[in-house]
Design a protein around this ligand. Structure first.
Ligand SMILES: [Zn+2]
Length: 768
């Protein structure tokens, strides 16, 4: 009998919801698989191995290739032409013998035979820049692309090579074995594109008023492709959008430009005394000791003077860089140049800006401060900035990053006036592009495959850095702004995208080239997802430790998405498979709300449910142990009991149980809730997220509860919470601070907030 009684009790105490489900006919769907949102990511993830471990760290057999470059580059300013000669030394650290090497020829995307224009299926552009229109329809087009003049081995012998669009295969005379190096040289030239009119992430801007050009130069040399344990040779062509996958290496680069040009680049300037004037040298020494404000190395007056003439001679600027994955530079006679020192850890880093007068007054005001501030914020969130400088170059319409140097937009009008939009846009792009030094320049992910790994992580830290900047430089904020108005990061800002047309949304884990709404997909959504993960799901302490761990584990290495996902879980003891699955592998959105609230009272009168269950098991109610019965406000039973006056705030069996089992002392400390609520939450959206609920009581106080996402593990549509309270609840709000990116908040309150429509307001006004 005892056994039966316990069986009965275990059945009795199941919730009313489960009971209801048991009674219904099951829905039968042939061939249907229940894709539980909490299923582990074993199918999506590759098996951990000696190269990459299950913890998300590099394994004992982890390797990466090395590509060292020695280059001589000449800019022909009269013809806007770049020519170069490079010797690449490639080290094979992989266990695999390599019969050939792949070199990336990204400029070929602009070659006449480029296939890039052929994959555009958008039809006639309804509005486009005149320059692009002219090159598409009115001329033969721009003759871009690398003109490869020679590919030779170390003895000057031609190496067989084949060019497949933006990739070149160089065949080796014999296989390159593990630990071996091979050196070879390439000679090339190309016509530099006018990026303002023709597009592109590098090129020149022409200034018709003074006849000068600003050159921002990148992807300018044949670069080694990545070979690794996950992809073999990275063989995804450059179609123009997805960025780059590049191995680390050491660079020695000599760049020859007109002698009146100013130039800065990736790496350490090793012949400063040859290219700087005495004044510049003196100012540079001052700048190295100036931690609170930038020092001008080249003033605006000097830059304006230089614009007026053209030197006939040339100067060669020599740079060396260690452990960088790429090289970029900017040069013009128009540049103003300022620098400031910033302490990062125990090291001094130079924050540098280079801009033509057209960038002022905005650039002299904020660029270098934005660079310095970014280095501090990112170093706190990841690791101390390891390079000796970070340069922000003013470049119309650009936002593009290279190691130690980036090209950024933000130009006042001709009278030097600028809007808030221009100012904040410029500060944000500088923070973003300088931030790219961390992701992907140092935490060197494959941008070609995984746009979000650099853009998403970077957008997330950018948000943190923008908030820091607003706090550290309140003078940069416009009147009425008490904090930096970040456009990406806050959960509510991603709602229009995530709640939009599903036909034009792709999972984050889609290659950038193939996604719709690139900015939202690769920047906004992953950046916001990480912000939500930090603020709402994990909390700052757990998140920040794990994020820092990931950054440090993969500093100067090549991580994959799984290395990130795994490390975040490994370092926090947070099973986040459900989060990665929902936010990164699907296009689900968040929509949660309160469906129904029922109020209960305790009764000592057996209710219909107990009677029914007793009957089902062939027992008498008197056979049962003392039970506490709940009766719903407004139900027939409730009315009956109200009529009979038997509604008890404390049931007799409960009273007896308490008297029998607790001492007088203990009884004094016991709570006596008066109100019992069955709160049913609904989830029309696909994403599982914690339910954040604010309960407001009749006395005006409130309390916020967070139910972990796992509350949805057994029912993806709706769940109910039993809430006991000694105060009456008058209002329930889901996600009161809009931190989950809930796309529809009309179901977030109980009682339902009746929002007055404009028409109703109008009617009311007419009535008045
Ligand atoms: Zn970016």
């Amino acid at each position: 009998m005892k056994t039966l009684k316990y069986l009965f009790l275990s059945v009795l105490f199941i919730s009313a919801n489960t009971f209801a489900q048991e009674q219904e006919q099951p829905e039968r769907k042939p061939g249907h698989t229940n894709n539980n949102k909490f299923k582990q990511l074993y199918d999506e993830f590759s098996t951990p191995n000696m190269f990459r471990t299950a913890s998300g760290a590099p394994g004992p057999a982890y390797y990466q290739q090395q590509a060292d470059y020695k280059m001589d580059i000449v800019i022909d300013d009269d013809n806007a032409k770049l020519s170069g000669y490079e010797t690449i030394t490639y080290t094979n650290n992989s266990p695999d013998p390599l019969n050939y090497l792949w070199v990336q020829l990204d400029q070929n995307m602009r070659a006449k035979d480029s296939e890039t224009p052929l994959i555009e299926g958008g039809g006639v552009a309804q509005a486009q820049q005149a320059g692009r229109f002219a090159s598409s329809y009115m001329t033969d087009g721009f003759d871009g692309g690398f003109k490869i003049e020679a590919v030779k081995d170390i003895n000057g012998k031609d190496l067989p090579h084949l060019i497949n669009n933006t990739m070149m295969r160089v065949e080796l005379p014999k296989a390159l074995l593990k630990g071996e190096k091979v050196s070879f040289s390439i000679k090339w030239w190309y016509n530099i594109n006018d990026y303002v009119n023709m597009g592109g992430r590098s090129g020149y801007e022409f200034f018709p008023k003074d006849g000068n050009r600003n050159y921002i130069i990148a992807q300018f040399f044949p670069r080694m492709a990545v070979y690794n344990d996950v992809e073999g040779w990275q063989n995804s062509q450059f179609w123009g959008r997805d960025e780059f996958a590049l191995p680390f290496g050491n660079y020695e680069v000599n760049i020859t430009v007109p002698s009146d040009h100013i130039l800065d680049a990736t790496g350490r300037l090793v012949n400063r005394k040859e290219v700087f004037s005495k004044d510049m040298m003196k100012r540079y020494e001052e700048a190295k000791k100036s931690y609170d404000k930038p020092v001008l190395i080249v003033t605006q007056a000097e830059a304006e003077e230089a614009e007026k003439s053209r030197a006939t001679g040339t100067k060669t600027w020599k740079f060396q860089a260690e452990n960088v994955r790429d090289f970029g530079f900017a040069t013009s006679r128009k540049y103003i140049w300022d620098m400031m020192a910033v302490k990062i850890g125990d090291k001094d880093v130079m924050a540098v800006s280079m801009y033509p007068k057209e960038g002022n007054p905005l650039w002299e005001e904020w660029s270098t401060y934005a660079v310095a501030s970014t280095l501090k914020s990112y170093s706190r969130m990841t690791f101390d900035y390891p390079y000796h400088k970070a340069i922000s170059v003013h470049a119309k319409n650009q936002g593009m990053e290279y190691p130690m140097i980036c090209f950024n937009y933000g130009r006042p009008d001709e009278n030097g006036n600028y809007s808030d939009r221009t100012k904040y846009g410029m500060i944000s792009v500088i923070i973003h592009e300088v931030g790219h030094n961390y992701f992907p320049m140092i935490v060197n992910s494959d941008e070609r495959q995984w746009t979000w790994m650099d853009e998403g992580l970077n957008t997330f830290v950018q948000y943190v850095a923008e908030q820091d900047f607003g706090e550290w430089y309140p003078a940069a904020l416009s009147p009425g702004h008490d904090k930096y108005p970040s456009s990406r990061g806050p959960a509510a800002n991603i709602v229009p995208y995530m709640g939009g047309d599903q036909d034009f949304i792709a999972p984050i884990m889609t290659k950038g080239l193939n996604t719709y709404q690139f900015g939202n997909n690769a920047y906004g959504k992953p950046g916001t997802a990480l912000n939500i993960l930090r603020e709402t799901v994990m909390g700052r302490e757990l998140f920040d430790y794990a994020f820092k761990e990931y950054s440090n584990r993969w500093m100067f290495k090549h991580p994959t998405p799984e290395d990130f996902f795994r490390t975040m879980e490994d370092a926090s003891a947070f099973d986040l498979d459900w989060f990665w699955r929902g936010w990164f592998y699907t296009t689900d959105y968040v929509d949660m709300g309160v469906k129904e609230v029922k109020k209960y009272y305790v009764s000592s009168e057996p209710n219909e449910y107990a009677k029914m269950m007793a009957k089902r098991y062939g027992m008498e109610l008197s056979d049962l142990p003392p039970l506490v019965y709940m009766v719903e406000e407004g139900s027939e039973e409730f009315k009956e009991e109200m009529k009979n006056g038997t509604l008890l705030e404390n049931s007799t069996p409960l009273k007896e149980y308490v008297m029998d089992n607790f001492s007088e002392e203990e009884r004094k400390t016991m709570k006596e809730p008066k109100y019992f609520y069955n709160v049913t939450f609904e989830k029309p959206g696909g994403l599982v997220m914690p339910i954040i609920v604010e309960y407001t009581y009749a006395d005006g106080t409130s309390k916020t509860e967070k139910y972990p996402a796992q509350i949805w593990r057994l029912n993806d549509k709706e769940v109910s919470k039993a809430v006991a309270s000694d105060k009456e609840i008058v209002k329930i709000t889901v996600d009161p601070n809009l931190e989950t990116a809930d796309v529809d908040t009309s179901n977030n309150s109980w009682p339902k907030e009746v929002k007055q429509s404009d028409f109703d307001k109008f009617k009311d006004e007419v009535k008045d």
